[in-house]
Design a protein around this ligand. Sequence first.
Ligand SMILES: *Cc1c(COP(=O)(O)O)cnc(C)c1O
Length: 231
Amino acid sequence: MSIAENIARVREEIAAAAGEAGRRPEEIVLVGASKMNGAAACREAIDAGIDALGENRVQEMVKKLAEDAYTGAPLHFIGHLQRNKVKQVVGRAALIQSVGSLELLDEIEKTAARLELTQDILLEVNIGGEEAKSGFAPSAVFAAAETALSRGHVRVRGLMTIPPADAARDANIRYFEAVRALYIDIGEKMFHNRLEYLSMGMSGDYADAIRAGATMVRVGTAIFGARNYSV
Ligand SMILES: *Cc1c(COP(=O)(O)O)cnc(C)c1O
């Protein structure tokens, strides 16, 4: 199957899940998670109408930027971001989805201020309370949003989450629903209902995520095929 055929199939499933949830397919942003796929695959996805591409690793993103991989689609940063690499991402990524600590938030603010721009971000929620994973605890998201609102160069557009990889399907759905509830609550109380992006769901569970309220899904394998970790 070609990337274009894969995207068409994913779009069909998105439309079906959105329909079940009483929403329109156009309300769902499809982000291609293009890590470990080259510039040619990225361009193929853009030609096939992907809404955005998301990268995980700064070095890979910088290399592919130089190869013109993303022309024609917004670039998102979706992976763990170290503070010392923030400079290479701010202003280049249209959306940094993985802002999961106040230290990272402040570093992005500082860099964006220096560049005199406003960086769009999502706050990442560590919904499974996993030690090894970054992201704000659900109880810390309001305070993080308050901090972001007090800064002049970051703009919170929504929330992002990655549930525990080993969650059973029903537990996974409950995690999605919990983040949705938080998204609605924080949107009403702090953002005048102007949050747009609830980023959750990957190849194995994007339909569940959409039924639970996702407005943005990050799909890698189902679009680009299995990643080859040995190269
Ligand atoms: C790789 C990745 C995805 C996509 O995963 P697939 O299972 O290949 O669809 C989504 N989100 C993040 C943060 C990722 O790193």
